[in-house]
Design a protein around this ligand. Structure first.
Ligand SMILES: *Cc1c(COP(=O)(O)O)cnc(C)c1O
Length: 385
């Protein structure tokens, strides 16, 4: 297998402790042993998600938890406000439309962050809106939205706030309880350092009230079943045993570092990524850049797809390209989860090399030089290898 350096916003590299756990013999899920593990994972996830509310585990990729939020909180015909600004936020819109909810859109251009005043206006104009759907890190643009401000505004209304933190969790700060975010959804393959396949969602009391009222048909993603099982430290259907066992290792890595340190490290990685790209004469796409992923404009006239292809073919560095209308125009370097300073250094070196090959003029080595003082701050031993 050609592993190389995976600097994509999911999946992200797996720490050795997680890989070891994934290789263990399976155990049965309806046992005291498994329930004890499950309980520790849920309580660890509460700390990672900065909440004392219930945390539900689902066997699906992150989108499954998004779908669960829509079908459990709303009924067909209910009104929801969707905060747009990228490909993933548009998924909220699609999900709501598929299930027959009425959608009010608050839009911003790709690369911009949602304006809290526009959320306030939408809530005033739509006092019957039951849910506001937003995104912490919009992975397609690299923007981190101001969820603290959005939450402060939403809290004054009837509506429940649901945030897609699938790529943002454990990279961009998300103070779920302190800010008053009712539901946070996330997936396992980004900041949580696991393979794809698990999703988690925190659910506040206010959100559970909506769950109890929802008439949307559902079966596998019925959160009332999850809530009942959770009382027994259990899941309604066969648990993703190996992933949950590995999740315990990943949660331990995060909590051993401590969440403030996790956020500090991702902020430094992001600063290094941004400084290095700017030192190469490139500009950033995101007006409010995330700590988990850096989106970079390709030099004018250069196809970003050519750049990313050279990076993989010649240097075994995988970054993400642009999605939708950003295809060919931007590339995205992730630095979340177990993406380490040395991966970022390899990534920056590969960008320099590919830019040179494509005829962009810049000072060779300037990217690495700009990143170095920041990355030097991150002591290698803080994350056990
Ligand atoms: C990755 C991602 C998703 C999709 O998650 P899947 O695990 O692919 O279903 C949704 N939203 C955001 C912000 C993401 O980064």
């Amino acid at each position: 297998m050609s592993q190389g350096h995976l600097l994509t916003p999911g999946p992200t590299p797996l720490p050795p402790q997680v890989r070891e756990a994934l290789g263990r013999q399976i155990i049965h899920h309806r046992t005291a042993e498994y329930r004890a593990i499950f309980k520790r994972v849920i309580s660890g996830m509460q700390q990672v998600m900065r909440t004392s509310q219930s945390v539900v585990a689902l066997t699906s990729s992150g989108t499954g938890a998004m779908e669960a939020a829509v079908v459990n909180l709303l009924s067909p015909g209910d009104k929801a406000i969707v905060l747009l600004g990228g490909k993933f936020a548009e998924r909220w819109q699609k999900l709501c439309q598929v299930y027959g909810m009425k959608v009010v859109l608050v839009n911003v251009a790709y690369g911009d962050a949602v304006d809290p005043a526009a959320v306030d206006k939408a809530l005033r104009e739509n006092p019957d809106a039951k849910v506001v759907f937003g995104t912490l890190c919009e992975t397609s643009t690299g923007v981190v939205h101001d969820i603290e401000a959005v939450a402060a505004i939403t809290r004054k209304s009837q509506a429940v706030l649901v945030i897609d933190a699938i790529s943002g969790l454990a990279a961009d700060l998300c103070e779920t309880d302190a800010w008053g975010v009712d539901v946070v959804v996330t997936g396992s393959q980004k900041g949580l350092m696991l393979p794809p396949g698990l999703a988690f969602m925190s659910v506040s009391q206010r959100a559970w009230t909506l769950v109890d009222q929802s008439k949307t048909p559902k079966f596998y993603f019925d959160l009332k079943l999850s809530r009942k099982s959770l009382e027994q430290d259990d899941t309604p259907f066969t648990s993703a045993v190996s992933l949950i066992i590995a999740q315990e290792e990943a949660v331990k890595l995060l909590l051993d570092l401590g969440m403030p340190e996790v956020f500090r490290r991702s902020a430094i990685m992001a600063q290094a990524a941004r400084a290095s790209m700017q030192a190469l004469g490139l500009t950033l796409f995101a007006k409010r850049p995330s700590n988990g992923v850096t989106s970079v404009n390709a030099p004018s006239g250069m196809d970003a797809k050519k750049l990313t292809k050279i990076m993989w073919d010649k240097h075994k560095v995988m970054v993400a390209g642009g999605q939708g209308e950003m295809e060919g125009k931007i590339f995205r370097i992730a630095h979340m989860g177990y993406i380490l300073p040395e991966d970022l250094i390899a990534g920056i070196a590969a960008v320099e090399s590919a830019l040179a090959e494509l005829g962009h003029s810049f000072t060779h080595g300037a990217g690495l030089k700009a990143a170095k003082p920041m990355l030097d701050q991150l002591s290698a031993e803080a994350v056990r290898r």
